[in-house]
Design a protein around this ligand. Structure first.
Ligand code: CTP
Ligand code: CA
Length: 239
């Protein structure tokens, strides 16, 4: 598909994009986090805005430098969040009015069951080592899919590490079947791939798990390819 950013092919489209990584507090000074920089999600938000969409960008711990272009874009509104719960609330309220929701954020699967009001100290037990009790967070994407309005398009990202005897594509397909989003962007990650860099490569799966595109290049190029697919899908299904 050809990317015609100047054609404003998303004119009037209302979009929600989550980006970055949530942090779940352990105590006032510590958290459980992840390595998502928010660059791919911000690129998705900016690409949509440049193509005419109005974008609510829900940013979880995205550096100011990464947010710079989005923060001065006339069609982007940024909401900063910290935890998975805050992200779920912000995305949930923005999604009520949205035509497209893209969940690019790395949302923590678990939070600490009881956040300590004071900094935990080493002398709290006699035993060496320590255990944190974790409880599962709500799956925001699953909630969006379950509450999907007519004509609303919902897109997920899946960060996968390669595993023995189970290809990235197979795991992506199973996740697509489980998530039932309209599109799932499967993204390889590892100790030295996928994070902090300017480039990315994703496999775009439709709801049936079929590969619809395999864009790679700058995160902006991947974002524009994603919007080409979203636009084509919406033209097919919304008319
Ligand atoms: N996601 C979400 N809410 C969560 C966890 C994930 O909305 N609590 C979204 C992510 O934003 C992403 C998609 O679900 O768009 C897939 O996230 P991923 O972590 O790859 O999948 P999980 O279903 O959490 O499975 P797992 O981490 O076990 O691979
Ligand atoms: Ca997860």
């Amino acid at each position: 598909a050809l990317s015609l950013a100047a054609a404003a092919d998303l004119d009037g489209c209302r979009v929600v994009v989550s980006a970055g990584g949530t942090r779940e507090p352990i105590d006032p000074v510590r958290y459980i986090g992840n390595r998502s920089s928010g660059r791919q999600g911000v690129a998705v938000a900016l690409a949509a805005a440049d193509r005419g969409a109005r974008v609510d960008l829900v940013a979880a711990h995205v550096d100011d430098g990464v947010l710079a272009a989005a923060s001065i874009h006339p069609r982007v509104t940024i909401t900063r969040v910290g935890t998975a719960k805050e992200l779920a609330d912000a995305v949930g309220s923005a999604a009520a009015e949205a035509d497209v929701v893209v969940m690019a954020a790395a949302v923590a699967d678990y939070r600490v069951a009881e956040v300590s009001p004071r900094k935990l100290t080493k002398d709290r037990s006699q035993t060496k080592g320590m255990t944190l009790d974790l409880v599962e967070n709500d799956d925001v994407l699953a909630g969006l899919v379950a509450a999907r309005r007519d004509g609303q398009t919902i897109v997920g990202f899946a960060a996968e590490t390669p595993a023995e005897g189970d290809t990235l594509l197979d795991r992506g397909r199973r996740k697509a079947a489980r998530k039932r989003a309209d599109l799932l962007a499967v993204n390889e990650v590892g100790w030295s791939v996928g994070f902090e860099s300017g480039d990315n490569a994703v496999t775009l799966l439709d709801a049936a798990g079929e590969v619809v595109a395999t864009p790679s290049g700058t995160k902006r190029a991947v974002a524009d390819a994603l919007w080409d697919e979203i636009r084509d899908l919406r033209e097919k299904t919304v008319t």
